[in-house]
Design a protein around this ligand. Structure first.
Ligand code: NAD
Length: 439
């Protein structure tokens, strides 16, 4: 059964409203974008669900005329969908929409830090007539609510999005029962800027690529590689652009208790989801400093914001490849910068990571972009941009960024099992032995 979300509105102050905020500021607002994307994702998988029946019994060509064979695609069964706190509703939609489109029964376990919008989704599903029990929202901490799902014998598959450390625990637990898993994990994605670019364009994509949603995005291109000949101009442009643009585009989603639901507010600075995340980001910056890196801009709490979990957009230079800031995912507004001299060196630096989620290249030479695209060890590549994501195209990583693909037709396959059906279509005996009646 396909479900359609009936609204593209936001729940503000106790009622659904048009996303008017988008009209008030010229800069794309991630919260309204997220709701639009959620609706678009459900609509997309509703269409795929309608096309699924027509694709059943797809014939398989065999080398013997006495047989015919076809393939049935069937729902995997009960699927556990465990999601992180960033993009809390969209990460749920990326799993719920294809799981339901495939005919599965789903248990969505959102992050304990941001569960409310997923509970709202359950209400919407009830309103549109999804039968009880088909979608279940299970809130709670990872060890108490998530881990039992991963090890439960009646859960047929776990689709997980979150950190690589948690993903590894879930895989170990699911392995006890040979339970299939798909993993969308962390990243430390590179963006390569060549010397032939328009610096203003490169600045916009680089800053957007790292600071969009405060860097709290798995695919953030947080390692900037710039050709050595343009590094000074690049950094000048970025420093000039980053503060005013980023400060004025900021907003936060505050998740209150269930009664007051979700409130959308504007904030003049950068917010982290929790005190723990805020501390973690500042610790990353402090360690970078102690290891000898230079904090070119930002690096602290904005002076005008005395309460709340705010961190300035931060650009770090003089980074070496052994530093923590180069190797580990910050999941905050922190961009680290290195230079390169040749294309080969850029590729080597870009691939110098355990992760393999996203990678971006900015250059006017499209042949070069093509070469670099092929050389990137990543599941998603952006050419002359960074971060745009469409629900029609496959999403996922390699190496410690995970495996399996969400979105597009690949996302639907995540929740389907393939059954081979082979039929003997002649009245002739098979002839393995001679029938006793004919002896
Ligand atoms: P996290 O791993 O801490 O938690 C993710 C989910 O797993 C939460 O719902 C949590 O409660 C649950 N969980 C925690 N321990 C568990 C356990 N032992 N068993 C089962 N479930 C458990 O991640 P987070 O901090 O919420 O999210 C940030 C991470 O998610 C980052 O690393 C980011 O890169 C990644 N992420 C990846 C993608 C992607 O598409 N690849 C998208 C968004 C976020």
């Amino acid at each position: 059964m396909a479900i359609r979300v009936p609204t593209r509105q936001l729940f503000i102050g106790g009622e659904w409203r048009e996303p008017i905020l988008k009209k008030r500021i010229p800069i794309i607002n991630p919260a309204t974008e997220q709701i639009d994307d959620v609706a678009g994702c459900f609509e997309y998988y509703a269409d795929l669900a309608e096309g699924l029946d027509a694709k059943q019994k797809a014939p398989v060509s065999l080398p013997m005329e006495t047989f015919k064979s076809y393939v049935l695609k069937e729902p995997l069964g009960v699927v556990a969908l465990i999601t992180p706190w960033n993009y809390p509703l969209l990460m749920g939609a990326w799993k719920v929409a294809p799981a339901l489109a495939a005919g599965c029964t789903a248990i969505l376990k959102p992050s304990e830090l941001a569960s409310v919008t997923c509970l709202e989704l359950a209400d919407v599903c009830r309103e549109v007539g999804l039968p009880p029990g088909v979608l279940n929202i299970l809130t709670g901490f990872g060890t108490e609510a998530g881990a039992p799902l991963a090890s439960h014998p009646h859960v047929d598959k776990v689709a997980f999005t979150g950190s690589s450390a948690t993903g590894s625990k879930i895989m170990a637990s699911a392995a006890q029962m040979i339970k299939p898993v798909s993993m969308e994990l962390g990243g430390k994605s590179p963006i390569i800027v060549f010397e032939d670019v328009d610096l203003d364009k490169a600045a916009e994509w680089t800053l957007f690529g790292c600071f969009w949603t405060n860097g709290q995005i798995c695919s953030a291109t947080s390692r900037l590689l710039v050709h050595v000949s343009v590094i000074l101009s690049v950094l000048n442009t970025y420093q000039m652009t980053s503060q005013p643009v980023l400060y004025s585009s900021c907003f936060g989603l505050i998740f209150h208790d269930l009664k007051s639901r979700v409130e959308l507010i504007f904030l003049w600075g950068y917010i982290s989801v929790s005190g723990g995340q805020y501390e973690k980001v500042l610790e990353f910056i402090a360690t970078a400093k102690s290891e000898g890196a230079t904090i070119l801009s930002g690096g602290d709490r904005p002076q005008h914001l005395t309460t709340g979990f705010f961190v300035e957009p931060t650009i770090i230079t003089d980074v070496t490849t052994s530093m923590q800031i180069w190797r580990e995912e910050v999941f905050g507004p922190v961009l680290c910068v290195k230079t390169f001299g040749t294309e080969d060196e850029a590729i080597e630096l870009a691939n110098d990571t355990h992760y393999g989620l996203g990678a971006a290249v900015i250059s006017n030479d499209l042949e070069r972009c093509d070469r670099v695209t092929k050389a990137f060890r990543a599941g998603v590549v952006w050419i002359n941009c960074s971060q745009p994501c469409f629900c029609q195209a496959p999403w996922g990583g390699i190496k410690r960024s995970g495996f399996g693909r969400e979105l597009g037709e690949w996302g639907l396959e995540n929740y389907l099992s393939v059954k081979q059906v082979t039929q003997y279509i002649t009245d002739e005996p098979w002839g393995w032995y001679q029938s006793p009646a004919k002896l």
